[in-house]
Design a protein around this ligand. Structure first.
Ligand code: SF4
Length: 359
């Protein structure tokens, strides 16, 4: 039984350093670099992967998920939808003193739920609610069915097809893109190796200083039968990673252009500054997202979709797409109320790396 070392490569600095470490430490024929292609990538990422293959003499396996079956099943569901149920808006109930009224079950017992308060769990009563208004019918109207079925076809782009299938874009609180476009693809690749009789070590370019939820990341962890996670960079910081990878490999040009990280263009977690950079340097990606908003909106029951949290009804949103409203906001200062008059003076071709790569 051989041990195979699967390295998830995104084209970013951490995964590149992880791949370099793997190539240094284990025999080359045991290293399997993979790239989970979301279809929402900058062309510089694909070019950088080609460069890495050439510079390191490796083949990076590209994995792209196909949602044709899910979209076909959704078309069938919409076409056949005959549900009669209605859904209602609700409002919380308070007593005469303004205290919340608890919800009770059929026997009069207060219904409770488990909540996390800091580091401890506690049980708290669920507040009673009442329906407001006449509600909406749950089933798709014939008009909405015609509108959705006219556009609901697989496009071959994993990110767009995922959103067409789900009828919405992922968000910070419902980040299903990572699971469907990256994690599941990587796991099925690893399981195929295990099924072929190998042990698998999954090399992951995770650093503890990246975010609070990575602070407890373990360096090595058994995550299943014949499957381990190995995170060689957990104790490194961004500067360590650049100085290590910089010895032999040039960085992804997106860092030189001002991106903090390499991933979707844009990511649903995009910061205000990153959105401003993207709109100035690569407006074609914003145009693409505006077109995706139109398509996903047509494929939804309610007829509209936003890539980033809904900006509300504005002239810009109506004329050019919701994403452009967020772009306008990204060019403001002071809580989104004043336009940043210097923002457009940043020369779009100059280096703006937040890691000081061109110092
Ligand atoms: S979280 Fe961001 S980078 Fe990751 S798949 Fe979703 S949109 Fe892409």
């Amino acid at each position: 039984m051989k041990t195979m070392h699967v390295v998830s490569v995104s084209g970013g600095k951490d995964s590149t350093a992880t791949l370099l470490l793997a190539l240094e430490r284990v025999p080359r024929d045991r290293v399997r670099p993979i790239f989970c292609d979301t279809g929402n990538e900058h062309t510089a990422v694909y070019e950088h992967l080609d460069y890495l293959e050439q510079a390191l003499g490796v083949t990076i396996t590209r994995l792209r998920v196909n949602f044709s079956e899910q979209i076909a099943a959704k078309r069938m569901f919409i076409a056949r939808d005959q549900r009669t149920r209605r859904e209602y808006d609700t409002k919380p109930v308070f007593d005469a003193e303004g205290n919340p009224v608890p919800k009770r079950d059929g026997r009069g017992n207060v219904i409770t739920r488990r909540v996390k308060r800091g580091a401890v769990y506690a049980m708290e009563p669920v507040q009673k609610t009442v329906k407001v208004g006449g509600g909406r019918r749950v089933r798709w109207t014939n008009k909405a069915k015609r509108r959705a079925l006219a556009v609901l076809f697989p496009t071959g782009n994993p990110f767009l097809d995922l959103c067409l299938w789900k009828g919405r874009f992922p968000s910070r609180t419902r980040q299903f893109c990572t699971e469907h476009l990256k994690r599941d693809m990587a796991v099925s690749f690893q399981l195929e190796l295990i099924d072929a009789g190998h042990r698998v070590v999954s090399w992951q370019g995770v650093r503890r200083d990246e975010s609070p939820n990575r602070r407890a990341a373990k360096k090595i962890e058994r995550i299943g039968p014949a499957l381990w996670a190995f995170r060689p960079l957990v104790e490194w910081n961004a500067a360590d990673v650049f100085s290590y990878a910089d010895r032999s490999i040039r960085p992804n040009p997106l860092y030189l252009a001002g991106c903090d990280r390499v991933g979707c263009m844009p990511c649903v977690n995009v910061s205000k500054g990153e959105l401003q950079t993207i709109s100035q340097r690569w407006p074609e990606h914003i145009e693409r997202i505006a077109e995706w908003e139109r398509l996903v909106g047509l494929a939804r029951k309610r007829g509209a979709a936003t890539f980033l949290p809904a900006p509300g009804e504005t002239r810009t949103a109506a004329d050019r797409g919701n994403i452009w409203q967020r772009v306008e906001w990204s060019r403001t200062t002071r809580g989104g109320r004043q336009f940043d008059l210097l923002a457009d003076l940043v020369e779009p071709t100059a280096c703006a790396s937040s890691y000081g790569l061109c110092a």
